[in-house]
Design a protein around this ligand. Structure first.
Ligand SMILES: Nc1ncnc2c1ncn2[C@@H]1O[C@H](COP(=O)(O)OP(=O)(O)OP(=O)(O)O)[C@@H](O)[C@H]1O
Length: 468
């Protein structure tokens, strides 16, 4: 009897294991098929050739083309992690660093924290075997304090560079220095032409000398550092000029179409227009989740309350809405709720700030509602006051927002403003460094060993009056 039941248990145990293996195999097959279908997969070899030929490469590819998840894997497979070196990928936000790392670990079929990991402030999910490391740009700056040559990296990818946060602008200046210093350390810098042997052009020897603030580590040789700057919506010319005429490549195509809708007239009350659009989609459009971009926590909470009140006025069979907020001060576990799958028969409505604007893929999002506004930092140097004000987004941000749909199927984006208003938006977001108090930047640069703050090689110089 005991023997019989043991056999039964063993049998059912092994069949559960077998089922799990079959499920895992099917999931791996699906993932690898998905990877092959991404637009970026068709240019893998060309991209690798370009990285080999150029120390700096700018990559512009549409949202969802596969830049963030695939390029690090291409580089790993092409041998860029030989001799224990790693590929570092920076993201402007924690949530992107974490979720993309999880996805890439799954695509590689490895445990998170092993070959693929992430590191954000207060959370380090990496190990000595990590070779593809996602992190925030702030975290890489901290690493540079301990390891000024960033010696563990063979390639650094600055993703979503269009955002032009203070951190990413400081990081670009730092990486430019590290790259020159590493090239110099191993004779990779051609002293006659003043060019790294393949890559950026520096006009005068003085430029090379003055722009390097890194102290030479006597006799130590570092392999050259490859630098990739990428986004779906960056102005390649600005970045190329900054890096002395660096090569820019464009990756065409996206996996699924996103249809864009505009209002006929400007909306006098964008929150009211948002509510109407949520319910219009809910009642008239096919099943699929909705992502709404709002400007801050207070607004999100009030829209959440209004949706919950209004949904109760609908017939019972139309009440299946799940509302999930996401904003930066929400604890991480609660932020991660937006990624949980929607219960069958329900529609999820995610109310987000621009935290969900770039890099993230939220499975199931079919509709995006974009009122076209964002809360941005601004600084009044006369009064010495920094404030957060609601301002229109840039075209680059509008493109990123619509790009959150169309990632696992065709999508729709409802812009709550007329097309004529879209045409008037700035092409790119004004760099944060041009509109914030520079006290922290100055402290950060000092900590990195930069004494000549005014002479620091910023992609765009901060206004002089901000330095006072
Ligand atoms: N966490 C995820 N869950 C499900 N699918 C994902 C996930 N991350 C990525 N994908 C899939 O991989 C595709 C490519 O994503 P990836 O982030 O590499 O694109 P991208 O070109 O970097 O986009 P973006 O410019 O918007 O950051 C997505 O469109 C989606 O289909």
């Amino acid at each position: 009897m005991a023997q019989g039941s043991l056999n039964k248990a063993t049998l059912s145990g092994s069949s559960t294991n077998d089922n799990r293996k079959v499920d895992n195999f099917a999931r791996r097959q699906k993932l690898s098929q998905h990877r092959r279908s991404l637009p970026i997969a068709t240019v893998e070899r060309r991209l690798i050739d370009e990285v080999r030929k150029n120390d700096i490469l700018i990559i512009v590819g549409e949202t969802g083309s596969g830049k963030t998840t695939q390029i690090p894997q291409f580089l790993f497979n092409a041998g860029f992690c030989k001799e224990g070196k790693s590929i570092g990928i920076t993201q402007p936000r924690r949530v992107a660093a974490v979720t993309v790392a999880k996805r890439v670990a799954e695509e590689c079929g490895v445990e998170l924290g092993q070959r693929v990991g992430y590191s954000i402030r207060f959370e380090d999910v990496t190990s000595s075997s990590t070779r593809i490391k996602y992190m925030t740009d702030g975290l890489l700056l901290r690493e540079a304090l301990l390891d000024p040559y960033l010696s563990r990296y063979s390639v650094i990818i600055v993703d979503e560079a269009h955002e032009r946060t203070v951190q990413s602008d400081v990081l670009l200046g730092l990486l430019k220095n590290v790259q020159i210093a590493r090239s110099k350390s191993n004779g990779h810098l051609d002293t006659e032409t003043n060019k790294p042997k393949n890559g950026m052009v520096l006009e005068k020897e003085n430029d090379v000398q003055s722009s390097i603030f890194l102290k030479h580590d006597q006799g130590k040789k570092f392999p050259p550092l490859k630098l990739i700057v990428m986004s779906a919506s960056l102005d390649a010319r600005v970045f190329s000029d900054y890096f002395g005429g660096a090569k820019a490549v464009h990756v065409q195509g996206r996996q699924f179409p996103v249809e864009i809708f505009y209002t006929f007239h400007p909306e006098p009350d964008y929150l009211d227009a948002t509510l109407i659009t949520v319910f219009q989609i809910h009642l008239e459009e096919a099943l699929g989740d909705i992502l709404v971009f709002l400007t801050g926590q207070e607004e999100i909470e009030s829209v959440e309350r209004l949706i919950k009140e209004r949904v109760l006025q609908l017939p019972e069979n139309n009440q299946r809405l799940v509302i999930v907020p996401i904003f930066s001060s929400l604890p991480s576990e609660q932020q991660m709720r937006v990624f949980a799958s929607t219960p069958a028969g329900y529609r999820k409505v995610i109310l987000a700030t621009n935290i969900a604007e770039t890099s993230v893929t939220i499975p199931g999002i079919k509709y995006v509602i974009d009122p076209g506004l964002v809360k941005a930092r601004s600084y009044d140097p006369k009064q010495g006051l920094e404030s957060l004000t609601v301002v229109p987004i840039s075209k680059a941000q509008a493109l990123q927002r619509s790009g959150r749909a169309g990632r696992d199927g065709a999508g729709k984006c409802f812009r709550l403003y007329p097309e004529s208003e879209f045409d008037k938006l700035e092409n790119s977001t004004k760099p944060e460094i041009k509109r914030c108090n520079l006290a922290n930047v100055i402290l950060q640069l000092k900590a990195l060993g930069v004494d000549d703050i005014i002479g620091f090689d910023f992609i765009e110089k901060p206004s002089r009056c901000f330095n006072r």
